[in-house]
Design a binder for this molecule. Structure first.
Ligand code: NI
Length: 188
């Protein structure tokens, strides 16, 4: 039986929200370590460039916010063929902060429904919303890693292992004690 977030203790509901910041730290780490030549390199076949994939991740966030939390300031969309890596990095940082605000309202019971797309059936806002958002971004990080490799710009093992160094990622995102310490979150 589904439990509505209204039934969860408030402090627990809110503590899950900053997990999205760990996810964002992974995006930024990938961006930082990507070979600059890989940004616009044309992959074989009808495949999006790495620039287009990262731009898409940002633009999809702006859609979630526009449809689910229109009262928040919706970040502006970025152009997939023109945006620089620096612009996308800044855009992602802004849209991540806004997603965290949206998630705080959704998991705190102040937003009723998650509208992920204009055509999609809305869901009651709950933990599924956070999982959906994380799954979307992890999927595209996987694409970026594979594309970089195929284009001859393989990421270093530092990044490969960095994406799985959860203790470090969590510390960089505001938790002194790493995973398992959600209740001790502090603003980084
Ligand atoms: Ni996508």
């Amino acid at each position: 039986m589904a439990r509505h977030p209204h039934n969860l203790p408030t402090e627990f509901g809110d503590a899950r929200v900053p997990i999205f910041l760990v996810n964002e730290r992974m995006n930024q780490m990938l961006l930082e370590h990507l070979n600059p030549s890989a940004w616009r390199a044309k992959p074989p076949g009808k495949v999006r460039t790495i620039a287009a994939i990262f731009t898409h991740v940002h633009n999809v966030r702006t859609k979630w916010i526009r449809l689910t939390a229109p009262h928040l300031k919706v970040p502006r969309q970025l152009n997939r063929t023109r945006a620089t890596r620096e612009e996308v990095s800044a855009g992602l940082a802004e849209s991540a902060a806004r997603c965290v605000e949206m998630l705080a309202e959704a998991l705190g019971g102040r937003i009723e429904m998650f509208r992920r797309d204009g055509w999609a059936r809305p869901w009651p806002a709950g933990i599924e919303m956070l999982c959906y958002m994380l799954a979307h971004e992890a999927h595209h990080r996987g694409q970026v890693c594979m594309l970089a490799h195929q284009l001859g710009f393989s990421l270093t093992t530092e990044v490969d292992s960095g994406l799985w160094s959860w203790e470090k990622l969590w510390k960089e995102s505001g938790w002194q004690d790493g995973p398992g310490s959600l209740h001790k979150f502090q603003e980084p």
